[in-house]
Design a binder for this molecule. Sequence first.
Ligand SMILES: *[C@@H]1O[C@H](CO)[C@@H](O)[C@H](O)[C@H]1NC(C)=O
Ligand SMILES: *[C@@H]1O[C@H](CO)[C@@H](O)[C@H](O)[C@H]1NC(C)=O
Length: 370
Amino acid sequence: MDMSSSSSSFTCWIMPGLLVLAMASFAPQAEARAFFVFGDSLVDNGNNNYLATTARADAPPYGIDYPTHRATGRFSNGLNIPDLISEAIGSEPTLPYLSPALTGERLLVGANFASAGIGILNDTGIQFLNIIRIYKQLEYFQQYQQRVSALIGAEQTERLVNEGLVLMTLGGNDFVNNYYLVPYSARSRQFTLPDYVVYLISEYRKILIRVYELGARRVLVTGTGPLGCVPAEIAMRGRNGECSEELQRAAGLFNPQLVQLINELNAEIGSDIFVAANAYEMNMDFVNNPQTYGFVTSKVACCGQGPYNGIGLCTVVSNLCPNRDIYAFWDPFHPSERANRIIVQQIVTGSTKYMHPMNLSTIMLLDSRT
Ligand SMILES: *[C@@H]1O[C@H](CO)[C@@H](O)[C@H](O)[C@H]1NC(C)=O
Ligand SMILES: *[C@@H]1O[C@H](CO)[C@@H](O)[C@H](O)[C@H]1NC(C)=O
């Protein structure tokens, strides 16, 4: 299905730094385009709150800067990346798919299927017990479409999905919570790092093809951030406050092969369906030059304990910085809301250094033409 030829129930113009949505809604559809989120803790809006898992962010001080000042399950002091993308496309934030509040008209906004702890591989994150692995997330996406069909019919549902925006954030845990979880892990005995990356990419290919088969036609795929430069890895593996070389090597192998995969898929199944977001470069900007971005540090987490506040979990007994806006990292693994804003700004308007083949404002412009 060609996005640009399908009629749209809304029109939008992008202006520099400003998004104007003009409504001309004839169909019983959501007002802005639907948004579907798949992946791990970087994008989980709270699904794990409903599961018996240890991978959760449903207690203070998580959410301290969220509008409600309550922990929601987001791994952030405030908003996370999907929230800020929703903001940019003029949508309500997506609800977790497992939330009982996700019913009726709210389904038309889209849904967030992400689950902290998961990876590309089924065996990633097994230590977290009950998490929603990627194939289960995709099964829920199918179930979601059946539920929406009951509401607005099959044809409108297909259109909602075809015209929707998808975010897919996977891969970090396949290193941190699998290959490098323990010395001599099963995967590290099975594969050298370069061979493991090739295997991950071959499994990621199947996942991206599946999401296309389920109707997605605009899929933002984020690569991994600088895995070795998060406070947890600086504390556990870095020498003298340096990034962990081994995890940086992993990210350095994985990210270019992911871009290559996206190029191949776009050539095979339709141009510009998959869009790569270079999360590595987006993060490295403020990791290398925190002061330029208004951060006092990118090495020390706001919430945590031990060296760089990088050890263990962020809990109510952890150290907590008074001003979250001047820390690039909120907890030992996850960016602060303000860092997330810098990342999403690049997703929306970044150059080809950050977004390949195009940024989100260009996608919005293309898709608004009827
Ligand atoms: C992962 O699990 C899904 C469904 O549970 C299965 O279809 C898929 O083949 C599995 N992947 C691997 C590599 O075993
Ligand atoms: C990204 O967005 C900006 C501003 O909206 C635009 O000027 C620029 O050309 C875009 N770049 C790409 C590569 O799409």
